[in-house]
Design a protein around this ligand. Sequence first.
Ligand SMILES: CC(C)(COP(=O)(O)OP(=O)(O)OC[C@H]1O[C@@H](n2cnc3c(N)ncnc32)[C@H](O)[C@@H]1OP(=O)(O)O)[C@@H](O)C(=O)NCCC(=O)NCCS
Length: 164
Amino acid sequence: MSSVVDNIIYRSMTLEDIPAIIAIEQEAFTSPWTAEAFTNELTNNMFARYMVMEESGQVLGYGGMWIIMDEAHITNIAIRSDLRGNGLGHKLLEQMQRTAVFFEAVRMTLEVRVTNELAQHLYRKYGFQSSGIRPRYYSDNDEDALIMWAELDIERLKTGESMF
Ligand SMILES: CC(C)(COP(=O)(O)OP(=O)(O)OC[C@H]1O[C@@H](n2cnc3c(N)ncnc32)[C@H](O)[C@@H]1OP(=O)(O)O)[C@@H](O)C(=O)NCCC(=O)NCCS
């Protein structure tokens, strides 16, 4: 699956993308996933959908989710650190919500560090609301996770209309 918006290509992640993904993952997260973890997701997890955001052959960011029945659970989302703050996170999340609706999800959930206010701010713009805490969810520093849920605006996401 792929689509082109504003010269940015959104397409399914492949095994060949993993080195570029790992480079972004390592600068984005204190407990980054390994190449093996991504390989496993792409080859063994029938619920997994991973998307790459690309321009002129360069990976700008990526996002992944598990779509189970009518629920999409975001596993990770990251933009290359030198490109952050330019609206790419908005665009990627929008495209992930469109993809979730394409696969017939009606709601979306994720966990985010309680201190990651920037990501929470972005998620709230896309309909996410906090619904609880997973205590000490992140083992690197025992930080709590905020659980967030969004009801997907199916009619808007099925059309070309963008929030951003
Ligand atoms: C979270 C992340 C994906 C957002 O991507 P991004 O491209 O930087 O986000 P955008 O440029 O679309 O900006 C999103 C919002 O954050 C704000 N923002 C972005 N960078 C900012 C900064 N350095 N300081 C303050 N606000 C900032 C933007 O102004 C925007 O808010 P607005 O819509 O009110 O203007 C990106 O920061 C990232 O990869 N972070 C590391 C990984 C991570 O934390 N992932 C989420 C795990 S749950």
